[in-house]
Design a protein around this ligand. Sequence first.
Ligand code: EPU
Length: 418
Amino acid sequence: MEKLLINGGKPLKGEVMISGAKNAAVAIIPATLLVNGVCRIENVPDISDVDSIVKMITSLGAKVEREGINTLIIDSTQLKTYVADPELAVKMRASYYLMGALVGRFKNAHVPPPGGCNFGVRPIDQHLKAFKYLNCSVTTDDDFVKIDGSSLSGGNVYFDVVSVGATINAILAAVLAPGRTVLESAAKEPHVVDLANFLNSMGAQIKGAGTDVIKITGVPSLKGGTYSIIPDQIEAGTYMFAAAATRGDVVVKNVIPKHLEAITAKFLEMGLGVDEGDEEVRIYAKGPLTAINIKTMPYPGFPTDLQPQAVIMLATVNGTSIVTEGVWESRFQYVEQLAKMYDKISVDGKRAIIKGGAPLVPAKVTATDLRAGASMVIAALACNGTTEVDGLRHIDRGYEHIVEKFAALGADIQRVDD
Ligand code: EPU
C-alpha cells in the first residue's frame, strides 16, 4: 500500500499551476455522449475520477484517445448500449451523469445508483424529479435506476434543494429534448456554467447558467468541436489553504480569481496577504492571524469541498474558530482521524469548534475521503516532524500530481510503497 511521507513545518514558497476542474471534467466527459461528432477536450485533469468516467463511457462504446496527459479525443457516435456497467458505476458519484446523458441520447437509461465519498445520506431524489418533469418515467430496482424517456420533452423543474448534480443531470437530459425547459433554483457553481458553455459550443441553446434560472431550448443534434475545461476552484483553494497553514508565500496560477472570492474574502478577514492578478492569486503571511467563522454554502458561498482544508488551517491560528457545514448532512467524520494530529477540534452536529494555536503532532493518518485527505496533507505540511498519510486512492481521485506540485513549493514530501 502506498503512502505519503511528509516532513513538514516549513513555509511553502513558489508557484503552482492549477489543473482542469475535476467536477467539470466528470460532467463534460459524459456530456460528449450527446454529441454527434468528435470532441476534443483540453485541460482534462490527470486524476483517477477521470479515468473512471472514461472507462464508463468506453464500456458503453465510446472511443477515447489521449493526446499527451491532459487532452481527450472522444468519439461517441457508435455507442452500443444505454445500460451502464454496475461495477464501474459504484466507484464514483459522477456516474449518475450517465442518467441524463443516456436518456438524452437513447431516450432510455439504466444506470446503477452512484458511489462516491461518504458524507451521510446522499439522495438523488432531485435528479429523479427532474427526469419526471421532463416527461420521463423512472423506476428503480436493486441494481438500476431505469429511466424511460420515450416521451422526453421540455418541462419546468422547480428544485427543492440547490443541487449541482441534479442541475447538471437536468441540463444533460434537456439539451436534445424537444421544446423548452426551465430549471428554477438551479445550482450556480462554475462547473455548471462550464458544462453549459461546452454544450453551447457544440450547438446547444442553454441560457442563464450561473444564475438560479436556466432556460434550455432543445435542439435536434450537437456537433463535435474543441473545448478547454476551466481551472479547478477546489484544487486552487487547497493550495491556498496549504500556503496559509504553513505561513508561506505562494502564487497559485492558472485560476479564475472570481471563482475564489469566497476564499480570498476569508483570507483577508484572517489577516493574510492576498494579491489578485488576471489569472493568478498570491497568498502570503504578513503578520499574526485572527480566528474566524466560516459557513459552507452553495456557490457563490464558501465551498463545502474546502471545509476540511479550512478546518485544519484554522487549527494553526490562535483563538476559537467555528466552521459550520451548510451543504452536507455529515461531513466532519474525518475530524476523528485528524485528532491524531490535533485534538482541539470538537464537533457539535453541523459545527466544528476549533481551538487553534496549539502545536500539531506528527502521526500516521488515513485519508477517509478526497477533501479530508487534502486536509491531512495540509496538516502534515504545517506540522514539525514526519507524518504518514495513507488512503491515497481517495486523494488520487481529485488531485493531479499532488506530490510534484507540493515538492515544487519546497515541501519535503514523498510517495512510498510500504
Ligand atoms: N441533495 C438532495 N437531493 C438530491 C441531490 C442533492 O437532497 O437529489 C442534497 C445533498 O444531500 C446535499 C445538497 O443537496 O445536502 C447538495 O448536493 P449536490 O447535489 O449539490 O452534490 P453533488 O452534485 O452530489 C457535487 C460535487 C461534490 C460537492 C457538491 C456540493 C461532483 C461530482 N461532486 O456533488 O464534490 O461537494 O456538489 O458542492 O460534482 C468533491 O469534489 O470532493 C465533492 C464531494
